[in-house]
Design a protein around this ligand. Structure first.
Ligand code: FMN
Length: 200
């Protein structure tokens, strides 16, 4: 039995390929770990605000000195980090938008990557503070980036792998539905993505 957190960042609901791929990953996870509990965090329905001065000021105020305003400003961040701490496995839906990730997903990342809470700096440099988690990324893209001429322009997989490793989660597997905009590829893209799922 595992606690699974599903992060959704596509606004396309049932038509979304990253959501369908994420759900297929979760289905296999439940098969492997019967009784698993899934908690969904839809970043499109419940948006994380862009970081403003109030949040940054709160993040850099020591916990014992925080005012009620500081506490309120950090609530999105505290809640999101609690969700991550509670999960054993995190499935992250990542549509490719303009060679990057949707701003809703980036806003969430800005709230969970927090100095002194999810990473720290010491004499040896940066160290992640979140341990023992597994991440599956469910990527969806109109083009093909896993191989071929567009491969150098896959900024999403390296970015996501780096940022989660930075906070201590380096056990990361990426599955893709790709080529959904390419005639001759699009019709089988979802099926191919789902059949590529092999849990480790
Ligand atoms: C605003 C926007 C930007 C996009 N940019 C890219 C892109 O840079 N590269 C690409 O391969 N596909 C791009 N696409 C296509 C999406 O990655 C593709 O439709 C994917 O399936 C979206 O994920 P979803 O199905 O989960 O919503 C873009 C789509 C949208 C709506």
């Amino acid at each position: 039995m595992k606690k699974i957190l599903h992060i959704i960042s596509s606004p396309r609901g049932a038509a979304s390929l990253s959501i369908q791929l994420g759900n297929a990953i979760i289905k296999q996870l439940i098969g492997k770990y019967p009784g698993s509990i899934v908690h969904e965090n839809n970043l499109v329905n419940e948006q994380f605000p862009h970081l403003e001065e109030a949040q940054i000021a709160s993040f850099f105020t020591p916990a014992q000195s925080r005012t009620p305003e500081n506490i309120l400003a950090a609530k999105h961040s505290d809640d999101a980090i609690d969700e991550i701490r509670e999960a054993d496995i995190i499935v992250i839906g990542a549509p490719v938008y303009n060679f990057g990730i949707p701003s809703a997903l980036k806003a969430w990342i800005d709230h969970i990557v927090r100095s002194g809470v999810t990473f720290k700096y010491d004499q040896n440099g940066a160290a992640g503070l979140i341990n023992g988690k597994k991440i599956y990324i469910a990527m969806a893209s109109g083009g093909i980036y896993s191989d071929g001429p567009m491969k150098p322009f896959d900024f999403v997989e390296p970015y996501l792998k780096h940022i989660f490793s930075f906070i201590g989660i380096s056990d990361i597997t990426v599955f893709r539905v790709e080529g959904s905009a390419i005639p001759g590829v699009q019709d089988t893209a979802l099926e191919k993505g789902i059949s590529s799922i092999h849990l480790n």
